[in-house]
Design a protein around this ligand. Structure first.
Ligand SMILES: C[S@@+](CC[C@H](N)C(=O)[O-])C[C@H]1O[C@@H](n2cnc3c(N)ncnc32)[C@H](O)[C@@H]1O
Length: 260
């Protein structure tokens, strides 16, 4: 599967994704992944940044609220139209464009930093996207990105629970087997019947890389890795979002900060 075809699947789910995330159903993003990402990001005040694979712009807006000047791209026209509409309604100075992470519409050495939230594992060739991020960063600039955890996320993943519903193990399919765009259907947990009826499950392509492949791709692009993080849910977050209890046992996501 190539980028364009993968992008079409994302465009097809963009309407549902935007509505459900804005209704608060992405608790792994809101209670765990995004707070962890922002807890480690350097001071952004006055910096010029690119957000790669911005979706409807939720995290891009948070970056802008930290004082950065943002340009953001996504391969999906529908996501970008929602992001632009929100920018029109509540301007933060963000410029959005439809583009692929593998062919950024920016010149060389334009940005102090780049971010990518949960996007690079959703494409067939993240190696190219890493090279592109490197190209558009100024020397000394950084790329910070999040992905599903290469060791604990797996297309055949199953959570094994005890009689109290506590996760005690996860069952995984083969770690070294390459999955290249197999379609995977899922939706957010805890949707009410009304929401389930309103929107079909997301059907998006799944790609995988081992941890070694990710680290080697980052270094092959020219970056030095300066921070990694495997977000763990806090007790406070679990109190607010009980679904996050599983994320006190296993790492669902992995974050990297890489320096040019
Ligand atoms: C899991 S969503 C995350 C969206 C957003 N970053 C967020 O955190 O809310 C993955 C995003 O990657 C985008 N995407 C997939 N392939 C892409 C590509 N080649 N170039 C740019 N964006 C891409 C999808 O359209 C989608 O918006």
């Amino acid at each position: 599967m190539d980028n364009r075809e993968a992008g079409r699947y994302w465009n097809d789910v963009a309407e549902a994704w935007t509505a459900l995330t804005r209704a608060g159903f992405d608790v792994f993003r809101d209670g765990l992944n995004t707070p962890a990402f922002f807890s480690t990001i350097p001071d952004l005040r006055g910096l010029k940044g690119a957000d790669i694979g911005c979706g409807e712009g939720h995290n891009t807006r948070l970056l802008a609220e930290k004082g950065a000047q943002l340009q953001a791209i996504d391969i999906s026209e529908i996501f970008i139209s929602h992001a632009k509409a929100t920018e029109m309604a509540s301007p933060l100075g963000i410029q959005y464009q439809v583009a692929s992470a593998t062919a950024l519409p920016f010149g060389e050495e334009q940005f102090d930093f780049a971010t990518s939230f949960m996007c690079l594992m959703d494409m067939p060739d993240p190696e190219l996207a890493l090279l592109e991020a490197f190209r558009v960063l100024k020397p000394g600039g950084f790329l910070q990105f999040s992905i599903t955890h290469p060791c604990f996320d797996n297309i055949a993943r199953k959570s094994l629970r005890d009689e109290h519903g506590m996760i005690h193990a996860i069952q995984l399919g083969p770690y070294f087997q390459t999955v290249n765009g197999e379609l995977f259907e899922w939706t957010f947990n805890d949707l009410t019947e009304e929401w389930k009826h309103r929107y079909q499950k997301f059907k998006v392509p799944y790609f995988n890389k081992t941890l070694t492949e990710w680290v080697n791709a980052i270094m092959a692009a020219g970056f030095a890795i300066e921070m990694i993080n495997e977000p763990k849910a806090t007790d406070e977050a679990v109190k607010k979002y009980p679904l996050l209890r599983d994320a006190q046992s296993f790492a669902y996501f992995m974050h990297f900060r890489c320096r040019k």
